[in-house]
Design a protein around this ligand. Structure first.
Ligand code: ASP
Length: 441
């Protein structure tokens, strides 16, 4: 049995957080591989070390001294070390980073990666695990993708028979130069490590108890989702539920390794388990709920085109898509009816090109009418248990209807796992709350 754990920035933010990490790792001897982020924020006003490193690089580029910013970074790590009573020679590490930086030897990526590097050095010492640098195993190809075969084989060799700590977020090109993932990328490092080592579970430790059923800024104290499929996760995160880096799931999903999102500040909470599919559903009350989660976003716009005979006009829909594509607009949803075709697009993006699009549609399709509806919000009810449940859509619509919420658009694909509703921006928060209260509470 092997567990790979990844701890995010807030779990690495202070000595007190390090102590929680240690207790979590030591509570289970199968927790043998630990991936860490750079130190994150200790409170709302605080700064993430990674942000400070990027800031340092910008200072250097414009020839401005970054003494004070670098001082803040150094202080963060020295403080953690001293409070934990460790003896890691951070002074030497920091001095080297400083001279490399001043002498122009550190690319932006190389400098940004030092947050994770320092976190991992400290955590390895604190846990008494071996430090394995990401440059030793995580290999990027020239096109920026990860060379999985090479990387997996290298990590397997390095991890053999030991407990290790690995810095997240970066790796190296074949020539040894450092490259990072996009922001939040330590999640991907953790997933790659779990896949490389065929872990039994990938535990992603953060500061929330899993993926919440609804946005906590809209619903007070929403419950977390106990079990979630990758498809449901994609649906929810596409519409704004944010917990993991988008690319995290691919390496673990491929190997069907369960991804467990946990809370460092509440380790007793089981969090959310994400898996390709669940062979048998649990029978606890919350597992029997039809809706797994609710997500949504405001500020969409709908462009609707009507023309008698549109549905039977060969190639018409292609022309519509081509016009939108040429203007850089992706159609998020395309609800349609006989002789009307609508595209739901980002309101802000449409705003810039709306006149061009209207003119082009007029010219190429000669529609009877073009309508633009602004200020539309999309609300999605996502749930694998909605499949083959004829009563669900009716219950959703009547719950919203009872509260006087007008549904302006409905879209459900044949997979039946997601019901998408369009409502006025003004009704958005209320619609989310009504769905949550009718189906979850
Ligand atoms: N430290 C990096 C960031 O802030 C990567 C991560 O934490 O996942 O984006």
């Amino acid at each position: 049995m092997l567990k790979v754990l990844k701890f995010g920035g807030s779990s690495m933010a202070s000595a007190a957080q390090y102590a929680k990490v240690k207790a979590i790792v030591e509570a289970d001897e199968t927790r043998r591989v630990v991936v860490v982020s750079a130190a994150g924020k200790r409170n709302k006003e605080d700064h993430k070390v990674t942000d400070l490193l990027y800031l340092c690089h910008a200072h250097m580029r414009y020839g401005v001294s970054c003494d004070s910013v670098f001082g803040m970074i150094s202080q963060r790590y020295l403080e953690i070390r001293d409070e934990l009573g460790l003896h890691t020679d951070l002074e030497a590490e920091l001095a080297k980073i400083r001279t490399d930086m001043e002498e122009g030897r550190l690319s932006e990526a190389a400098l940004a990666s030092r947050g994770e590097y320092l976190s991992a050095r400290l955590m390895a010492d604190y846990l008494g695990f071996a430090f394995v640098d990401a440059t030793q195993w995580l290999r990027f190809r020239i096109d920026g993708t990860v060379d999985r075969d090479w990387s997996y084989a290298a990590l397997r060799r390095l991890a053999e028979g030991q407990r290790i700590v690995i810095p997240g977020f970066y790796g190296a090109m074949a020539d040894g130069s450092i490259r990072t993932f996009t922001r939040g990328g330590s999640d991907i490092t953790g997933a790659l490590a779990a896949a490389a080592l065929d872990a039994d579970v990938y535990e992603n430790w953060t500061d929330v108890s899993g993926i919440l059923m609804a946005d906590p800024r809209i619903v007070e104290n929403p419950e977390s989702i106990p079990r979630l499929t990758y498809t449901e996760l994609r649906e929810l995160s596409y519409l704004g539920a944010q917990v993991l880096h988008e690319e995290t799931i691919f390496p673990v999903a491929e190997k069907n390794i369960p991804l467990n999102i946990r809370n460092t500040n509440d380790p007793a909470h089981p969090g959310t388990v994400i898996l390709e599919r669940f062979d048998e559903e649990e029978s606890s009350a919350d597992e029997r709920r039809f809706i797994t989660g609710i997500a949504g976003k405001k500020d969409y716009a709908v462009v609707s085109l009507s023309k008698r005979g549109l549905s039977s006009e060969v190639g018409a829909i292609r022309k519509v898509f081509e016009i939108f594509e040429a203007n850089g607009l992706a159609a998020e949803y395309t609800p349609n009816g006989i002789d009307t075709f609508s595209l739901v697009v980002s309101g802000a993006k449409l705003e810039k090109v709306v006149h061009i699009i209207a003119a082009e549609l007029q010219e190429k399709l000669a529609p009877d009418d073009i309508q633009v509806t602004k200020d539309l919000a999309i609300v999605a009810a996502v749930g694998r248990r909605m499949v083959n449940r004829p009563e669900i859509p009716g219950r959703i619509f009547s719950a919203l209807g009872r509260e006087g919420i007008n549904i302006r658009m409905i879209s459900q694909g044949p997979r039946e796992e997601t019901i998408i509703l369009g409502v006025d921006n003004a009704d958005f928060a209320k619609a989310v709350r009504v769905l949550y209260n009718s189906f979850v509470k």
